[in-house]
Ligand binder design. Structure first.
Ligand code: PMP
Length: 427
């Protein structure tokens, strides 16, 4: 049993001592005290099905025993910076991570977050190409430091940063985008941007394969191959931000970019890869990696033994428990059931995504696609009361993000859809 302070006590401390910008999803904020695989437990011992935590922290399940064991064993032995001395943990995970990537993507730099990984990727591209111009997509999220906030393109996530050299291309969003699902038309916008918005040379193009924060927007098919061609012609590098879509989540492939049949020059990962420990990485080719030898590059905790031990354990669990296959099978089943729900409830404007990275967009008018913002919050809140936690995203805050740990089952999928159906029927 839980003997700690109550939710109200924690909330009042939070109000007094913590970042005032922290938001709470729920009318009665949830105090979670335990986690086990796809479940979270509150202070009263009540169980919740966690259909959102998969991206933020737990790729293979809360407190997965194999990962916990790896963390404990390494913590008992040694936790230190790996910059100064040799250590097995960092090199083993680097090797395992590189082995999951195609082509010449073999050199790994470790960081502590997705922001740091993208900052490093952008800096390396600029150094390698000698060009400052970066192209990213409107609606993208790449991080909260100066460079990555510049690449991020949603006003709700931006402050007054100096956004030097960043161009934001039209978003190849099949549901809301100006060219519908025509990937090649959006790709022409990038070509246009290169011709009319730059010197003709670019440093890099960075994008997610499925936008997470942006509301599970899967880039229109045919988009990345055409864009990568334009970028390469302009001397730039292609960066795949796999912070959310990577690591088996999309089911059909291990990496999100694979669904578009491209091979990036730089790949960034973070979030779930450490199953809750702060771990991020940049993977690139030996040739590009060399640019960092021009000066010294140092990251105190990047690749520390405990986090990389966790990362290696996660990769082993994905393999052992066939989690990519599970993401594909359960994700396809869940998407079918959500799509069927769309026939029943007019408020559902779109169901999209791949594997266990799914989005449900709510609109009050299907023709006008008017965002159903208040209704989204209401359904989330009611589903929580029924014991199901889902996420929310999109610029208008009207898209459910369903991104559970990859151990999610068909029964869990049924429970989630039934809870959503019940809540929508009562509205
Ligand atoms: N890239 C993507 C696609 C993300 O979703 C996020 C986090 N939402 C980041 C980068 C930044 O990661 P972090 O919060 O670990 O800095």
């Amino acid at each position: 049993p839980y003997n700690g302070p109550s939710a109200d006590q924690i909330l009042s401390k939070r109000k007094e001592f913590l970042n005032p910008a922290i938001c709470h999803y729920y009318r009665n904020p949830l105090l979670v005290v335990d986690g086990k695989m796809q479940y979270l437990f509150d202070d009263k011992g009540r169980r919740y099905l966690d259909a959102f935590g998969g991206i933020a922290t737990v790729c293979c399940g809360h407190c997965h025993p194999d990962v916990v064991e790896a963390i404990i064993n390494q913590t008992k032995r040694l936790q230190h910076s790996t910059v100064l001395y040799l250590n097995q943990s960092i090199s083993d995970f680097a090797e395992a991570l590189a082995s999951k990537l195609p082509g010449d993507l073999k050199v790994v730099f470790f960081t502590n977050s997705g922001t740091e990984a993208n900052e490093l990727a952008i800096m390396m591209a600029r150094l390698y190409t000698g060009c400052h111009d970066i192209i990213s997509l409107r609606n993208a999220y790449h991080g909260n430091a100066a460079g990555t906030m510049g690449a991020t393109a949603q006003s709700i996530w931006k402050f007054n940063v100096i956004q030097s050299g960043v161009h934001h291309a039209l978003n190849p969003d099949p549901y809301r985008g100006v060219f519908g699902a025509d990937g090649e038309m959006y790709a022409k916008d990038v070509q246009n941007l290169i011709e009319f918005g730059t010197s003709g040379q670019v440093g890099a193009f960075i994008s997610e394969a499925i936008q997470g924060v942006g509301g599970i927007v899967e880039l229109a098919s045919g988009y990345l191959p055409a864009v990568y061609k334009s970028i390469k012609k302009a001397g730039g590098l292609c960066i795949a931000d796999e912070v959310q879509a990577g690591f088996a989540r999309t089911g059909s492939s291990f990496w999100g970019f694979e669904s578009q049949g491209v091979v990036p020059d730089i790949v960034t990962v973070a979030k779930g890869i450490g199953n809750g420990t702060p771990l991020g990485a940049v993977v690139t080719t030996p040739e590009i990696a060399k640019v960092l030898t021009r000066s010294s590059y140092f990251n105190t905790f990047g690749g520390n033994p405990v986090c990389t031990a966790a990362g290696l354990a996660v990769l082993k669990v994905i393999e052992k428990e066939k989690l990519q296959e599970n993401a594909h099978v359960v994700g396809t089943y869940l998407k079918d059931r959500l799509t069927a729900l769309k026939d029943k409830h007019d408020i559902i404007g779109d169901v999209r995504g791949r594997g266990l990275m799914l989005g449900v967009e709510l609109v009050t008018d299907r023709e006008l696609k008017t965002p159903a913002k208040a209704e989204t919050l209401h359904v989330m809140d009611q589903m929580k009361e029924l014991g199901v936690l889902i996420g929310k995203g999109g610029y208008y805050g009207n898209v459910f993000r369903i991104t559970p740990p990859l151990c999610f089952t068909k029964e869990d999928a049924d429970f989630l859809v039934d809870a959503m159906d019940y809540t929508m029927s009562k509205m």
